[in-house]
Design a protein around this ligand. Structure first.
Ligand code: IPD
Ligand code: CA
Length: 269
């Protein structure tokens, strides 16, 4: 049984309260799929309501901490602590009535992520970790997978869309990964993708163009589950770089090298 700290209790309470309204709203969204107007405005309202609840609850639990939130941006707080929050990751899934989305909450202390929580309310799965204390899904300890060959690996990714990212370059990297692994998945919620690496469901994950709120909680959860996370090429900070490559210890290098080699070949033309 996982020992839950006072800090975790604050995060859990906030997540569960915001999740209740998201789940209620998701029920409405499912009905609205067939309406002419569509569920668009309704989803933005649901997203904002979840963000408001999270902000209120986290503020109540830790009144001096600052915030970085997807919809309402940055607020400084005590200058040491900052909540990094995505109230609804997987918005496109939510909008389309696909039951795969989550709430992601991380706590940064003096520029280090020290706690993370990712909650999938449709499956009632809470992935969480505090630095130095291991990673859990609900009450169960999590470890990354033991697979050691890329050949056996299932890799998660996020496919860029519309004006986001360099599509041909991404496709060159995706093709290289497709040729070397047991399969690639695109489930549509980056925070949950990272949680799945921590849970040993995926053996690795890569995406480009992500924001800190997409990855902050996942970074600490994967590391506490024994996995590794870096920016593509290994030099940048995965929280702020936008690019992220995550995997087990034995797969991080081959996955990173596969991506880099494909990008370099693409860039050479
Ligand atoms: C998106 C999801 C998606 C990823 C996008 C993100 P949002 O976040 O995590 O899986 O591919 O890059 O922006 O918009 O649903 O919060
Ligand atoms: Ca997101």
């Amino acid at each position: 049984m996982a020992a839950r700290s006072a800090l975790f209790t604050v995060m859990e309470r906030a997540a569960r309260k915001a999740a209740r309204s998201l789940v209620r709203d998701f029920g409405e969204v499912e009905q609205l799929q067939v309406s002419v107007k569509g569920p668009g405005d309704f989803v933005s309202t649901a997203d904002l309501a979840a963000e408001r609840t999270l902000r209120e609850e986290l503020h109540k639990g830790r009144p001096t901490y600052g915030f970085l939130m997807e919809e309402s941006g940055d607020s400084a707080g005590d200058g040491h602590h900052r909540w990094i929050v995505d109230p609804l990751d997987g918005t496109t899934n939510f909008l389309h009535g696909i039951p795969h989305f989550c709430i992601s909450i991380a706590l940064e202390r003096d520029k280090q992520i020290v706690a993370g929580l990712i909650y999938d309310p449709m499956r009632d799965e809470m992935f969480w970790a505090e630095k130095g204390h291991g990673a859990y899904v609900n009450d169960r300890r999590m470890r990354v997978s033991a697979r050691s060959k890329l050949d056996d690996a299932v890799i998660g990714t996020g496919i860029p869309f519309r004006e986001r990212g360099d599509h041909p370059r991404y496709l060159a990297m995706l093709e290289a990964v497709m040729g070397k692994t047991a399969g690639v998945r695109r489930m549509g919620a980056a925070a949950l993708d990272l949680a799945y690496v921590a849970a040993g469901r995926y053996d690795g994950f890569f995406e480009f163009g992500l924001s800190p709120w997409d990855v902050a909680a996942g970074i600490v959860i994967i590391r506490e589950a024994g996995g590794f996370v870096e920016a593509l090429g290994g030099k940048g900070d995965p929280l702020n770089d936008g690019s992220i490559v995550a995997a087990t210890d034995r797969l991080l290098k081959p996955l990173g090298e596969t991506l880099l080699a494909a990008a370099a070949a693409h860039d050479r033309g």
